[in-house]
Design a protein around this ligand. Structure first.
Ligand code: TXD
Length: 316
């Protein structure tokens, strides 16, 4: 045989080859979405993970390339860059406790990655999510369509899971949206949650729904408390892969995405989760839902806490 022709396949770079990053690499490769470059600051680690994932290709029946590296040069020409680099929470820590350390890491990662992939769409995963997305947006100077944060898809999946568990129905039949910041002030929209179109409010009483909302708000901490070392990573990786897929395959899915707001919902110069249509250009549009006064108030206090942390981060 002659050497195979080298074709240009979609490439996704994941900065931070920790638990979320490496699981995401596995999801992207095994779903056949793109070739993956896994980058980490720890020498040898991303290379080892990439080799391990590569050795599973024959069994998992895919042929995606997975590269491990410590050098941004190897990330060149990526269509999507996902930033998961940073520290995760320890028991008792809030996401905001990570602010200082992770701000430095994310800004540096975003600047390095954009220098090598000037046309990429960025998805930030590192906590505190909304602030990190804002800082990455500032550091890259990208239009808001091309830089976003993942949290709402995960928080919604958690809410859907708890509803499905309560009702004993298939999780995929439950649809819900959680807006706002990724933290205690997130805004699960119970009145829009359905089981195959039937409003959850018809199926569960208000006290039960409130209990499930509380569990959703506490979803990340519940796992941190159980695991004691690090936080959730399987569902976060799945949630991120859905956003990657919607962008690469131009699916135009309507998902809760952390985005820079320019007046929508009466909010300016802040990043929080709202429904966005995700396609090959990134965020194709931001949907302004009709919210009740109470929901708007909750969204605004969520935004206010992000705003305060953005201010704190600028003082660092
Ligand atoms: O919903 C969400 N957005 C989240 C966010 C859901 C789950 C996890 N969330 C956050 O993602 C979590 O709070 C952390 O801030 C990140 C990554 O979580 P993960 O659990 O993957 O943390 P790990 O396993 O510690 O991995 C972090 C990796 C680790 O391998 C470090 O060596 C690497 O990041 N790291 C770096 N890579 C490149 N460059 C720099 N500077 C760097 N610093 C650390």
């Amino acid at each position: 045989f002659n050497s195979p022709t080298v074709c240009s396949l979609p490439r996704v770079t994941i900065v931070g080859a920790g638990r979320v990053g490496s699981t995401l690499a596995q999801r992207i490769a095994e779903k056949n979405l793109a070739d993956v470059v896994l980058l980490d600051i720890v020498e040898g680690m991303p290379q080892g993970l990439a080799l391990d994932l590569t050795e599973a290709r024959g069994i998992e029946l895919h042929n995606r390339q997975i590269i491990g590296t410590n050098n941004y040069f190897d990330t060149s020409g990526s269509q999507i860059v996902v930033i998961t680099a940073g520290l995760p929470r320890k028991p008792g820590m809030s996401r905001d406790d990570l602010l200082k350390t992770n701000a430095k890491i994310v800004v540096e990662a975003a600047k390095n990655a954009i220098a090598h992939s000037p046309n990429a769409i960025f998805i930030v995963v590192t906590n505190p999510l909304d602030v990190m997305t804002y800082l990455a947006w500032q550091a890259t100077n990208l239009p808001r369509e091309r830089i976003m944060g993942m949290a709402g898809v995960l928080d919604s999946a958690r809410f859907e899971t708890f509803i499905a568990m309560e009702l004993g129905v298939l999780p995929a039949d439950v649809k819900a949206m959680v807006l706002g910041s990724h933290g205690d002030l997130m805004v699960p929209l119970s009145r829009y949650a359905t089981v195959n179109g039937i409003p959850v409010t018809e199926l569960l009483d208000a006290t039960t729904i409130e209990r499930l909302v509380e569990r959703t708000r506490n979803g990340g901490a519940e796992i941190v408390e159980l695991m004691q070392t690090g936080g959730a990573f399987f569902a976060p990786a799945s949630a991120t892969s859905v956003m990657v897929e919607s962008i690469l395959w131009n699916q135009s899915r309507l998902l809760p995405v952390a985005t820079y707001l320019e007046g929508e919902y009466g909010l300016i110069d802040v990043v929080i989760g709202v429904p966005c249509r995700l396609g090959c250009g990134g965020i194709e549009s931001v949907l302004e839902l009709n919210l009740t006064d109470e929901e708007i108030k909750a969204l605004h206090s969520s935004a206010e806490s992000v705003h305060q942390n953005i201010q704190r981060s600028q003082e660092i």
